[in-house]
Design a protein. Structure first.
Length: 160
């Protein structure tokens, strides 16, 4: 019974956070949170994926198709990952056994590995479309910002 009393407020806070985030994201584009329009609008810049210079229209079209395909492939995995993380959090606050917690951690690890495999495959597929000069820009960005090479707090091994 104590577990339910503890879990209920946590779930209520989580639900409130989700509602607040949803309302924030539902605001009209170009509006400040207070509902005031931006004073100046930026000019729309042509899309240059991954900040790669000198892309041909053919390269751009192929990269956009790859991006869409990749996003469709990873979206279900990202949703599963978020669900498993919430399940892990629930197990922790329920004082579940280490066996159940470790099993959930293993499930999370498998999903993360699947995501990284898809990210690396996507990276390789895009590289195949690029010239040697373009690969330099693409690789520098990817190694600096994406695909597991850098954690949320910076490059592996760095402490902020």
């Amino acid at each position: 019974m104590d577990k339910r009393k503890t879990l209920l407020p946590v779930l209520a806070i989580l639900a409130g956070t989700l509602v607040t985030a949803n309302l924030t994201l539902a605001q009209e584009p170009g509006m400040l949170p207070q509902g005031m329009p931006h004073m100046e609008r930026e000019k729309v810049k042509p899309m240059r994926p991954y900040n790669i210079p000198d892309l041909t229209t053919d390269q751009l079209a192929k990269i956009q198709k790859l991006q869409l395909k990749h996003q469709k492939a990873v979206l279900p995995l990202q949703a599963q990952l978020q669900t498993k993380r919430l399940e892990l959090y629930s197990l922790i606050i329920e004082d579940a056994t280490w066996e159940k917690i470790n099993t959930k951690i293993e499930e999370i690890g498998k999903i993360r590995a699947d995501l990284q495999k898809k990210q690396v495959a996507h990276h390789v597929a895009i590289r195949k479309l690029l010239t040697d000069e373009q690969k330099v820009y693409f690789d520098a960005r990817e190694l600096g910002h994406r695909g597991g090479f850098v954690g949320p707090k910076g490059p592996c091994g760095s402490r902020r």
